[in-house]
Design a protein around this ligand. Structure first.
Ligand SMILES: [Cu+2]
Length: 334
């Protein structure tokens, strides 16, 4: 895996320094959109619309304490009597984009989430918890900073998310752990800068951004701020198909404050309920395919898939280990 990622890294770097193509950047090729897991990667020409649906499924299995693997049973000590063993997060993401001018593209996105977590307790007892519902509504404006004649361009992502996702998800009468809640509960600012380039058969992009939480939510806590960097490269294989490789690094701080619905006993009982066992540093590598229908009845439609797996992760406190993430997407622009 490490060797493979080195090959892709050198590929991305080679592509980035080689000369760009004639004429400005264009979305009208399969790699005119970034790997499907990247949000707000491209802009539209004035008057254009796009709608999209993404399905993302994230698998977590096994426990980490910092960057060390530990068994779930080894954590059942002292007052700790409930330890997570696996979790899946499924996200249905609905998005729309509209360019009100060549300088501004507006973006709206709403997710529907489904979470499921298994836990173990002393004497081999197990417990399964679930939560589902809409997440935080995200609105953004993408502002064109510069477009060069050789296929490079840069834009600013100015996004906010509104706390439409629930932070009161329960199992019976008990508030679920932080990872099972559906929203942040706070108004969040999502700034980023995106830089793109295209050559005849290759394309690349860099996006640096983050999430800055504003204030405290009505349950008296604030999720950690997040920094995220993505670097990707893609090769146009045919006029319809491209293949991509992506590196992603993210770092999220632990939680500030604590959910007021959790009692001291509940916090002691499970790391899932502890503010210090939230947030992580994560480096992932992903490969993906983009397919772009350029003619016929499906002209303007795109299909894409991407698979990502961690190269390195270090969690705050004790948390589940990320195993892999799949993202599938459909996009249609007119
Ligand atoms: Cu779009």
């Amino acid at each position: 895996m490490k060797n493979l990622s080195l090959i892709f890294a050198s590929l991305i770097i080679n592509v980035s320094v080689s000369t760009a193509h004639e004429g400005p950047w264009t979305a009208a090729r399969p790699d005119g959109h970034a790997p499907i897991s990247v949000m707000g990667d491209h802009m539209h020409a004035m008057g254009e619309w796009m709608i999209s649906y993404r399905y993302m499924t994230m698998d977590m299995k096994g426990l980490l304490k910092g960057s060390e693997s530990v068994t779930a049973t080894s954590q059942l000590t002292g007052m700790t009597s409930m330890v997570p063993t696996e979790m899946t997060m499924d996200m249905h993401m609905f998005g729309t984009m509209h360019a009100i001018s060549d300088k501004w593209t507006l973006v709206g996105m709403l997710n529907y989430l489904e979470n499921e977590m298994n836990m173990i307790m002393p004497m081999n007892m197990t417990m399964n918890t679930k939560s589902s519902g809409i997440g935080d509504l995200k609105l953004a404006g993408l502002y064109d900073i510069a477009s060069w004649e050789d296929g490079r361009r840069a834009h600013l992502n100015l996004g906010i998310s509104l706390p439409t996702g629930s932070i009161d998800e329960k199992s019976g009468n008990n508030i679920l752990g932080y990872g099972m809640q559906l929203g942040s509960g706070t108004l969040d600012f999502h700034p980023a800068i995106t830089y793109l380039g295209q050559t005849e058969n290759y394309s690349y992009g860099v996006q640096l951004g983050g999430i800055i939480r504003i204030g405290e939510n009505d349950q008296d806590y604030t999720l950690g701020n997040k920094f995220e960097a993505a670097l990707w490269g893609a090769r146009k294989i045919t006029d319809f198909l491209s293949a991509s490789a992506k590196f992603n690094y993210s770092s999220q701080k632990e939680i500030d404050g604590a959910h007021k619905g959790l009692t001291t006993m509940q916090k002691n009982m499970s790391p899932s309920n502890q503010a210090t066992s939230q947030g992580r540093d994560l480096t992932t590598f992903g490969i993906g395919l983009n397919y772009y229908f350029q003619d016929g009845g499906l002209k303007g439609h795109r299909l894409a898939a991407e698979w990502e797996t961690p190269l390195d992760q270090k969690v705050n406190g004790v948390q589940l280990e990320l195993d892999s993430t799949w993202t599938f997407g459909w996009q249609y622009a007119w």
